[in-house]
Design a protein around this ligand. Structure first.
Ligand code: ADP
Length: 346
């Protein structure tokens, strides 16, 4: 059983606040992604968990024990870094064995653990190679094995696949997910790639400017973003300034129910929640551009001077230059930095 409990963790560097006071609980065996743009505080938070930074205030509890001021080697954590940082003069076997030697395991135990680690990452036949004789993906597998053999309570990964090409990144991500599930190891994974987070995480922590914007499953984060930041950051979203009047917002001839106090707000609509049809009584939009993605098409439609991103099935008969009706089938409204209305809840 390995849980991580961050309580009021804060980090300031002289005048820069990297982490505003934040709290977060991570359950046993969970894979949690810290997701946010560059500078949002993801790495700082990960480094605080791993002991490479000390928090300015707050607690870092692992299985209830505060390790906030313990050095990395005294913590039950292991970190896979962005650049693999393998020892070039050692073989793959020696690289993986190194941490085990420091911990005083017998030769027989080390051999058994290293072999298990190699087989876990599919590198049984590479034990005697040097890192320079491996591909980037293989080197990163060695880095993962080197951490995993230490049987840490918490595995930390800092953009571990950032230096790899897209195809390899997708594959390694699946492999890591498989290993993580097999071992049931509690894992915190930093990424700035939303696809990476959405596809691999049990829960995503969306960060911006040192704060947690939202914590939720990939499905929750996508379907019910809590703030305009999350709505705009995860997936495509049409974000349109509107005015609530008499319980409705009007967008170029379309009135959408908005049972809210009068005043300005932001309407958020996913491209797949807009339907284009035969121009009839509904608002007529001009089709400006169509991009074919194979399994679907992305359409840019203009309605009363506003441009809308629309996702339509590949079978839709839509042509550039056409005039089509535009209807919004699902939407959310934000005000004062939080969601105030969801059409699904009405
Ligand atoms: P991310 O990982 O999301 O890109 P970081 O955690 O690296 O973000 O950085 C968060 C903020 O803290 C940034 O504004 C960054 O400039 C600042 N920061 C990070 N490390 C240091 C440092 N050692 N000294 C001063 N400021 C830092």
């Amino acid at each position: 059983m390995s849980t991580l409990d961050l309580i009021d963790v804060t980090k300031t560097y002289s005048i820069v606040t990297a982490i505003e006071p934040l709290s977060l609980k991570i359950g046993d065996g969970e894979l949690v992604c810290l997701l946010g743009p560059s500078g949002s505080g993801k790495s700082t938070l990960l480094r605080i968990i791993g002991g490479f930074e000390t928090p300015t205030a707050g607690k870092v509890l692992i299985d209830g024990v505060d390790v906030a001021f313990d050095p990395p080697e005294k913590r039950p954590t292991a970190m896979v870094f962005q650049s693999h940082a393998l020892w070039q003069h050692m073989s793959v076997f020696e690289n993986i064995a190194f941490g085990l030697k420091l911990r005083g395991f017998s030769k027989a135990d080390i051999r058994r653990k290293v072999e298990a680690g190699l087989s876990l990452v599919g590198l049984q036949d590479y034990a005697n190679r040097r890192p320079s004789q491996l591909s980037g993906g293989q080197r990163q597998r060695v880095a993962i094995a080197r951490c995993v053999v230490l049987e840490p309570k918490i595995l930390l990964m800092d953009e571990p696949f950032a230096s790899l090409d897209q195809h390899l990144r997708d594959r390694l991500r699946e492999e890591v997910r498989q290993i993580q599930k097999t071992l049931g190891i509690t894992t915190v994974f930093v990424t700035h790639g939303q696809d990476e987070a959405l596809s691999v995480a049990d829960r995503i922590v969306v960060m911006s400017m040192g704060r947690i914007e939202q914590v939720g499953t990939p499905g929750e984060i996508y379907a019910t973003p809590a703030t305009p930041f999350v709505a705009g950051f995860i997936g495509d979203m049409n974000m349109v300034p509107v005015t609530v009047s008499n319980g409705f917002v009007d967008i170029g001839g379309i009135s959408l129910p908005a049972p809210l106090p009068e005043g300005p707000a932001t309407l958020a609509v996913r491209p797949e929640d807009i339907v284009l049809g035969k121009a009839d009584t509904a608002a007529a939009a001009n089709i400006i551009r169509i991009v074919n993605y194979g399994s679907f098409i992305k359409v840019t439609a203009s309605l009363n001077g506003l441009q809308w991103k629309v996702q339509a099935p590949k079978t839709a008969s839509i042509a550039e230059g056409a005039t089509l009706s535009l209807s919004v089938v699902r939407y959310q409204i934000f005000r004062d930095d939080r969601v105030v209305f969801r059409s699904d809840d009405a």
